[in-house]
Design a protein around this ligand. Structure first.
Ligand SMILES: Cc1ncc(COP(=O)(O)O)c(C=O)c1O
Length: 340
């Protein structure tokens, strides 16, 4: 079986499991888990911030950050395809009472002027904008990387308007490897970031909220209220530390494998290989004889799992548990299906 549905399907490596088994632990709700403390300090330093907070999921990390930045009824701006408004089941509204407004889905190709034009000032006649959120890399945007100059412009837009800037950095590691931008250069542009250890880096669980010491102190309180205070969670933090220390630079292999898949499928008119920059290969089947469910079923019958995202949209994702032989097998199966 070759599983290309997501980079979340990876299993911990033997070395990661060993690190987890040996982790020193304590009750983290009392702030006494030494391994969590090391992970939080290491991640904060990587992004040039004062503090970080371990959270069980990327969704919770995003939602904690949004609650830090936007008061109930005030407004968040993000793109229409953003994870925070697509896959987090209305959490910003349900838990934070946050109003969300979106710019059209353009993936990583954000026009800062469009965003600037949407910001509504403080006042009692319109919902005031408090924060802008971007996604690096962009999941539904085919793993696209927002260029550093665009992020700098967005920082300027946020500063001019006095609003905050959040990064859903679930796969910010992939952007760092693809564009060679130091994580710190990304980190210092944002008021808050959420980063994931379980997407591509191979840890079984875990995300962090990153920000100032003051924000993270408040974040700890919000996390507890959301039911995310965890006890001897150093076992999981140890997996995350191992992932950070060993699995970032190797993402270049995942990117190269995604490019190989894209190049093999490009002749069928379903993907523009030049746009595949990281580990996600989006398939657009609008001009194909096959629709996405048919492709998914035919591939699965041959032991290749792909994500069916819509009637004419599918996705392949490369990851730590996929090697060159897996890519060869997937290429053979998928090209045979498209040739039929
Ligand atoms: C861009 C992005 N943000 C956040 C998340 C949420 O992560 P989790 O599934 O851990 O809640 C995901 C999950 O795939 C994601 O792709």
């Amino acid at each position: 079986m070759v599983d290309l549905r997501s980079d979340t399907v990876t299993k911990p490596t033997p070395a990661m499991r060993a690190a987890m088994a040996q982790a020193e632990v304590g009750d983290d709700v009392y702030g006494e888990d030494p391994t969590v403390a090391v992970l939080e300090a290491e991640v904060a330093a990587l992004f040039g911030h004062e503090a970080a907070l371990f959270a069980p999921t990327g969704s919770m990390a995003n939602q904690i950050a949004l609650q830090l930045l936007v008061s109930p009824a005030d407004e968040l701006l993000c793109d229409a395809d953003a994870h925070v408004v697509t896959y987090e089941i209305g959490a910003a509204a349900a838990y934070g009472g946050i109003s969300s407004r979106t710019w059209p889905a353009v993936g990583a190709e954000i026009d800062p002027e469009v965003v600037a034009g949407m910001i509504r000032p403080d006042g009692y006649f319109a919902v005031p904008t408090r924060a802008i959120a971007v996604e690096q890399t962009h999941n539904r945007g085919g793993g696209g990387v927002i260029p550093l100059p665009t992020l700098r412009e967005l920082r300027g837009v946020a500063d001019d308007a006095g609003v905050a800037l959040h990064c859903d950095g679930a796969r910010i590691w992939h952007a760092h490897v693809a564009d060679g931008v130091p994580l710190r250069d990304y980190g210092t542009l944002f008021d808050t970031l959420s980063v994931c250890l379980s997407k591509g880096l191979g840890a079984p669980v875990g995300s962090l909220v990153v920000g100032s010491a003051e924000k993270i102190e408040r974040a700890r309180w919000i996390r507890k209220r959301m039911g995310g205070g965890m006890r001897q969670v150093g076992i999981l933090a140890a997996g995350g530390l191992h992932a950070l220390r060993h699995h970032i630079e190797r993402l270049a292999d995942d990117h190269a494998r995604a490019s190989r898949l894209a190049e093999a499928l490009a002749p069928f008119g379903v993907v523009d290989a030049a746009r595949v920059r990281t580990n996600i290969v989006p398939l657009d089947l609008t001009k194909s004889a096959l629709d996405a469910p048919a492709l998914g079923a035919a591939a699965r019958a041959e032991g290749v799992f792909v994500s069916v995202l819509g009637p004419r949209t599918a996705r392949l994702v490369t990851h730590l548990d996929l090697d060159d032989a897996g890519v060869d097998r997937a290429t053979e199966v998928l090209t045979t299906i498209f040739r039929r």
